[in-house]
Design a protein. Structure first.
Length: 200
C-alpha cells in the first residue's frame, strides 16, 4: 500500500489543504492520504489555536466526500507537542508493509533541517514536496544538506497550481465579520465555524 501522511494545524482546514493533496494522491497513485491534525504544533509554541477537537472535527467534515482522503486523531492523543518522526514510527509499526509518503509544503521543506530528527524522517518516508509555481531547487534557499537530500531520489517535487487562500486570511476575515472568498472552506466547515464562533 502507498500511504500518504499530511500533518498540520488545520486552523481551519480550507481548499488549499485539499486540492493539492487530492492531486498528489492522483499523480503518485497513493491508496490513501491520512490528515493528521496536531494538538500542539512544536514550531508554533506561542500561537493560540482553535481547540484541537474542533480542528479535528473540521478536517473530518471537509474530507467526508473526498475519496481516499481521511483524518486520524493520532497526534491529538499526545499531551505534548507531536513530532513527525514519532508519527512516522507509529504508522511504520501499525503498517509495516506500507510505502510511506510524507506530504509537506515547499516552505516547510526549506525549513526541514530544523525538524526534530529530520535525517530519520527522510529514511522512514519518501518526501512529497507540494511546491508553488516559481518554486524550484535552484532559487529556493535550502540548507546544503536538504539540497543534497532533494537530489537523492527520496524527495518528489510536485508542482501545484496556486490556491489563493490561507488559514491566516480565513481567520482574519472571520474575526472581522467579513465574508470569506467563495469556496474557500467546505460548506459544512463554514457552518461549524459560525455555529461555535471559533474565530470571533
Amino acid at each position: 500500500m502507498k500511504l500518504g501522511l499530511f500533518g498540520g494545524s488545520f486552523d481551519p482546514i480550507h481548499r488549499g489543504h485539499i486540492e493539492p493533496v487530492r492531486e498528489a494522491r492522483r499523480a503518485l497513485g497513493l491508496d490513501r492520504v491520512i490528515y493528521l491534525p496536531t494538538a500542539k504544533p512544536p514550531h508554533k509554541p506561542k500561537r493560540a489555536f482553535a481547540p484541537a477537537h474542533a480542528r479535528y472535527a473540521m478536517v473530518e467534515m471537509a474530507l467526508l466526500d473526498e475519496e481516499g482522503l481521511q483524518a486520524s486523531a493520532h497526534e491529538l492523543s499526545l499531551d505534548r507537542p507531536s513530532y513527525t518522526i514519532e508519527t512516522l514510527e507509529h504508522f511504520r509499526r501499525e503498517m509495516p508493509e506500507a510505502d510511506l509518503h510524507l506530504l509537506i509544503g515547499g516552505d516547510s521543506f526549506a525549513d526541514f533541517h530544523h525538524w526534530f530528527r529530520f535525517r530519520e524522517i527522510a529514511q522512514e518516508a519518501r518526501l512529497v514536496v507540494l511546491t508553488r509555481p516559481g518554486w524550484d531547487l535552484e532559487t529556493a534557499a535550502l540548507d546544503p544538506e536538504v539540497a543534497r537530500l532533494a537530489l537523492s531520489g527520496r524527495v518528489h517535487l510536485l508542482k501545484q497550481p496556486p490556491v489563493d487562500v490561507s488559514s491566516t486570511l480565513v481567520r482574519e476575515r472571520l474575526a472581522a465579520g467579513e465574508p470569506l472568498p467563495a469556496g474557500a472552506l467546505p460548506d459544512l466547515v463554514v457552518r461549524y465555524v459560525q455555529k461555535y464562533r471559533l474565530y470571533r
